[in-house]
Design a protein around this ligand. Structure first.
Ligand SMILES: [Mg+2]
Length: 406
């Protein structure tokens, strides 16, 4: 099998409402680039990467000359062919490598008529548990969808729990002053006794603020405290809190993982199939974590169904997946895969069992959302439309005002 062509199509798919985070917001939709890698046997493998819009399309197309003639089975060679670790200092291709790796795994799986998880050691579980991923939200143009107050947050979480069966809940914070978000987090725990919780301010708190917040939630059933402050050297100062500490921001490659093993800062590594450069890199990282008894979970950087499939195949094969995965997926109103959005039942999603990634494109949906992207364009992830001119500091002090309805 040889690669003969590579295509990229940027789409934008609406969210139920704009999602706020410490650095800005998702402005009511996700922008994702769908990658198609075609082989000489007529098979097409699918990949996906985030953001970027036209620049992502151009970056993917720019790899065509590197990929044509390459056998998609040769995944280890692929890593060096397009993301040599020293050359990557200049060309920064790890996330592109991830999208191409997904597509090559999809091709190989289709070619052999086996699901991707069979190429990764075989599945240990048929279903992957997910946490509800709770965001503060600004309202839609019609006034619906706002999540700002503790009451709105609890109402939103209970609705998601009723619809999807979540028993683990993650609050994305770093938007409002920490003491306000503390009230929201505690209200969630009070409203859903028996469930588990995690708080993630995306590193926006100072070490002292993170310590105060941590002390104030110690009595709750916390899975972990995610990126409470910035950096391994900041987080390491919180090791005496007695709450497991997690990151998806400062352990995203093997050098950083080694640093964390030699001088421990975090207890749980959130593996992102894009940030790490593919599903296989995450499997390798999970093996290091198994060796050193670090926890692992599956991270979400915002996904449509192709990327979600990569997360499900990853979750299926990790023996040490000791926490529910994260996904933004339930915030989407639609998807570009055939059959529509995958569904949660009792807080889990079934691992696709078809050949390759087990998902195919709904061409009409791809065309519809590619058109919507052309109409709306991109959006700046690191800006908040509710606060023109604003940008955060790290640690932050420019919090959103919880008294202002949006
Ligand atoms: Mg995070």
């Amino acid at each position: 099998m040889k690669i003969v062509d590579i295509r990229a199509t940027t789409v934008t798919v609406p969210l139920e409402a704009p999602l706020r985070h410490a650095s800005g917001a998702h402005w009511g939709r996700f922008v994702r680039t769908i990658v198609e890698v075609e082989a000489d046997n007529g098979l097409v493998g699918l990949g996906e990467l985030g953001g970027g819009g036209e620049s992502a399309e151009a970056a993917v197309r720019g790899l065509r000359d590197y990929l044509v003639g390459h056998d998609p089975v040769n995944l280890e060679a692929l890593r060096f062919a397009i993301a040599n670790p020293t050359a990557s200092l200049y060309n920064n291709r790890i996330q592109l490598l991830a999208a191409i790796e997904f597509a090559c795994l999809d091709l190989v799986g289709q070619h052999l008529d086996v699901p991707v998880h069979d190429l990764l050691g075989g599945r240990i579980r048929d279903r992957v548990p997910f946490a509800s991923y709770l965001f503060y939200r600004t309202s839609n143009a019609d006034g619906t969808g706002e999540v700002r107050t503790a009451e709105q947050l609890v109402e939103h979480a209970l609705a998601l729990k009723a619809e999807h069966g979540f028993t683990v809940h993650k609050l994305k914070g770093g938007v409002f002053p920490p003491e306000f978000e503390l009230d929201g987090y505690r209200a969630l725990a009070e409203a859903m006794p028996g469930d588990r919780f995690r708080y993630d301010p995306n590193g926006a708190l100072s070490v002292a603020q993170a310590r105060r917040f941590g002390e104030a939630i110690k009595d709750l059933p916390n899975d972990y405290y995610e990126d409470p402050t910035w950096g391994l050297n900041g987080v390491r100062q919180l090791r005496d809190l007695g709450i497991p500490l997690a990151t998806n921001t400062v352990v995203v490659n093997f050098e950083q993982l080694a640093t964390n093993v030699r001088d421990p800062a975090v207890d749980v590594i959130l593996l992102d199939t894009t940030f790490w450069g593919g599903i296989r890199a995450c499997v390798k990282a999970a093996a290091v974590c198994e060796t050193f008894q670090l926890g692992v979970a599956v991270h979400s950087s915002g996904e449509l169904g192709i990327q979600l499939a990569t997360m499900l195949h990853l979750g299926a094969v990790l023996p040490n997946l000791s926490y529910a995965a994260d996904a933004h997926y339930h915030h989407l109103t639609d998807d570009i895969i055939a059959g529509g959005k995958m569904s949660y039942q009792d807080g889990v999603i079934a691992v696709p069992s078809g050949p390759g990634l087990g998902v195919t494109l709904d061409r009409a949906k791809v065309a519809e959302y590619a058109e919507l992207y052309k109409e709306l364009g991109g959006y700046p992830y690191d800006r908040d439309p509710a606060r023109p001119g604003w940008y955060p500091l790290v640690p932050n002090e420019r919090w959103a005002d919880p008294a202002i309805a949006t």
